[in-house]
Write a protein that binds this ligand. Sequence first.
Ligand SMILES: *Cc1c(COP(=O)(O)O)cnc(C)c1O
Length: 431
Amino acid sequence: MTDTVSTARSEDLFAEAQGLMPGGVSSPVRAFKSVSGVPRFIERGEGPYLVDVDGNRYIDYVLSFGPLLLGHAPDAVTQAITEQAAKGTSYGAPSPLEVRLAHQIQDRYPSMERLRFVNSGTEGAMSAVRAARAFTGRNKVVKFDGHYHGHADLLLAKAGSGVATLGLPDSPGVPAAVTADTLVIPFNDEAAVREVFEREGSEIAALLVEPIAGNMGLVRPRDGYLQMLREVTETHGALLVFDEVMVGFRVHPGGAQALYDVTPDLTVLGKVIGGGLPVGAYGGRADVMKLVAPDGPVYQAGTLSGNPLAMAAGLALLGEVDATGAWEAAAEAARTTAEAVQSAADAAGVPVVTDAVGTMFGFFFNDRSLFSFEDVQTSDKAAFSRLHGLLLERRVYLPPSPFEACFTSSAHTPDVVETAAEAFQSAFAAL
Ligand SMILES: *Cc1c(COP(=O)(O)O)cnc(C)c1O
């Protein structure tokens, strides 16, 4: 499968799109700035595959950056969306679907005693911070270098993949005053946490963390690290916010909080819970969430929030995961794909470290385990870019950045992974 991949129609569309939209895309990483070649314009998704407008079919390890735990267009989700669309796409009023999805989420995330649906992870993280600030009466927020919590102004400081990949240390248009209360420290560094809380603990409203980092490549917390965050935040009366927008439902059905048995005060979700439609949620302790309007004075609203199409899609996805071994199948695919990457790299004598957690995996062109954003930056970005191109020629689609995690679905059956494994062998050999 190394015959030439034609990209003529994608090239035409990309040229046209660049005259219409910044970079020709609706979200920056999609523009392929850190890899070679033209972004593929997608005609359709089918199970584990993306099919582009030139008719090339790729095994997809991006899956819309996480949501598609059942692969593209699974029957259960398509049917739920279709049936719901016929009953209306938005009501501007509550629906039973929200109640059902809230139950489904709470069953798996019991720390979310109350939750609010929003339209994106960005909104969820931004709103969680607002609630935390209101609850504590404090302004400062601690986040980790390389962790991404969406593009709300105050959280757009040292924010991982998209930002890192484009080499923007920060973003113009974000007033210094807005990030002045955002304190950024390195991930997996216990001393840095203790130090910032000893210095400013009485002013810190919340600490936000991607409990398993996924927006600087896949980076696990060190043993006991999340427990330490729990203890330090509690000691200082700050809220611990787990941003599980990416890892929720993926690293474990109950998220990183179940996997590591750490209970955050607030949790942010997105991606998987919308079954591929735009959605987010935030929630947690009832005493914090009761401050949110209309129970309390903290304003937060949304015309399309709790959107019935998104709720129906999320419910269908989670229902299918419950009724079948879909999560286990996706996790098996993540494990075997990571093994395939490692063995292909080893055979080619290329230093690569791989990891898989649940239904996600990642790898770095590096020769040691990595724990922080500074660490991951020592990886060979040029090698990743070359590998990315070689894999596209072999019909395997990886995230177009060395600092994004990879995702699997239940549609990534053993024979699909076997096909990908052959492509990895051949691509690493050609590096
Ligand atoms: C994707 C992501 C977000 C932002 O979600 P959007 O729906 O893209 O706004 C926030 N936090 C994390 C950890 C994410 O991976």
